[in-house]
Write a protein that binds this ligand. Structure first.
Ligand SMILES: [Mg+2]
Length: 159
C-alpha cells in the first residue's frame, strides 16, 4: 500500500444530491424517497477529478454521513463512476448525531490504519471541526449548500 489517506466526503463533493432535496422540503419529510433516489445522483466532475488526482499519491477512502442502509447503493454509485477503490465509512444505524461528530469518529478509526493526509468535505462545520484537530482539509465549494441539506446532516443527523 502507498501513502497516507486522502479522504473524500460524498454528498456535495462527489455526488450532487440537489435533485432529491425536494423530498425533504415536503411536510412530513419523505426520507424514504430522498434516500431511494441516491442511485441517480449526478456526479460532480470537480470532485471526481480531484479524487482521481489524489489517488496517484494517496490511498483513497470515503467517509460519509449517509447511513449504513445506503451502503450498497453508494458503493455501486462509486463503482459506476469509476472512482478509485477504497474503504467506505458510513453513519451507523440509528446514529443521529451531527455529521461533524460522526465523521470525526470515523476518521479517528481510519487513522489507526494509516495517517490521514487530506480530507475533502463541503460542510463548513465538518471542515472547522477537523481543522481544529490539526487535519489538512480542503473545503469543497463547487456546490452551493442548501439549508434543507444542512439541517438533514447537522440538526437531524440523518445523512
Ligand atoms: Mg457533504
Amino acid at each position: 500500500m502507498r501513502g497516507d489517506w486522502a479522504v473524500f466526503d460524498i454528498d456535495g463533493v462527489l455526488a450532487d444530491v440537489r435533485h432529491r432535496l425536494h423530498h425533504l422540503r415536503r411536510r412530513p419529510k419523505d426520507w424514504g424517497a430522498f434516500f431511494s433516489a441516491a442511485a441517480d445522483d449526478p456526479p460532480l466532475e470537480e470532485g471526481l477529478r480531484l479524487a482521481r488526482e489524489q489517488a496517484t499519491g494517496h490511498r483513497l477512502a470515503y467517509v460519509t454521513g449517509r447511513p449504513e442502509g445506503l451502503r450498497t447503493v453508494t458503493q455501486n454509485w462509486l463503482d459506476a463512476h469509476r472512482l478509485p477503490t477504497g474503504p467506505l465509512l458510513m453513519r451507523s444505524r440509528r446514529d443521529h448525531r451531527p455529521a461533524r461528530v460522526v465523521k470525526l469518529e470515523l476518521l479517528v478509526a481510519l487513522s489507526a490504519r494509516a495517517p490521514i493526509g487530506l480530507v475533502v468535505d463541503d460542510d463548513p462545520d465538518v471542515v472547522d471541526t477537523l481543522r481544529r484537530t490539526g487535519l489538512t482539509v480542503q473545503h469543497a465549494r463547487w456546490v452551493v449548500r442548501e439549508d434543507v441539506l444542512r439541517a438533514a446532516q447537522d440538526d437531524e443527523g440523518r445523512t
